[in-house]
Write a protein of this length. Sequence first.
Length: 277
Amino acid sequence: MRHSCLILILGLILSGCTAMVRSLDTAINDANGPARIQASPNQERMDSVPPLDGPKITIAVYNFMDKTGQRKPADKIANLSSAVTQGSEVWVINALEEVGAGTWFTVVERVGLDNLIKERQLIRNTREVYEKELPNGPTPLKPMVFAGLILEGGIVGYDSNVAVGGAGARYLGIGLQDEYRIDTVTVVMRLVSVSTGKVLMSLATEKTIASYRQGADVFKFFDLGTKLVESEIGWSVNEPVNYAVRAAIEAGIIELIYEGERKKFWKFKKPFRETRE
């Protein structure tokens, strides 16, 4: 009977280890594979936004900053890394360019405005040197495009351990554990009219971030305590925070478009079928 139990436990251990090795091999292969283009968390909703009835809206995005001041949660160690991305304006610009299959906004560069101005000055200086003998003088640069709207905002909340729980059981030295943790990230954005300075719309979006961990262990003596079997296996899955921030930003921009249509700031091209969730 003892040998049968030992064989059964060893079989369970080996099967668990085999699954873990396969998962590790898959993770290593993914890490060593080629770089992939990250898909949008809301690609279907982004594409289903009805097109704008009229020319594209010129919009500017300056800084879309992390206003939380939060650090990454860590167990037993100090972690000075920020909890959320410090470059969220990249996702804002990307969402504005892609929403409605690219039919809504023309985004003008403002995040790197200093670099843009310096480069234009270099062009002017170069033309003054090499084109000063031309009949009409140096070729003037075209004026920069100005925006009618500014999208402002930022990441205003990162709440960790909003919900924490789990379950476990142990019988005759064999234990199983299942744990989870829920965090949330909150994004606020507002649309401002350049001509009047008036805030046209403002809203907040929230996205949950789920983390799961499962494990199993065996600690058992055999043959009157002369033999010991001990083993542990486990795995965890953590939703990327950057992915959640991007999802919240895209959801906010989609809602801004529908809210603007309800407030008569713009119109959808007819006919269209609303497919929002």
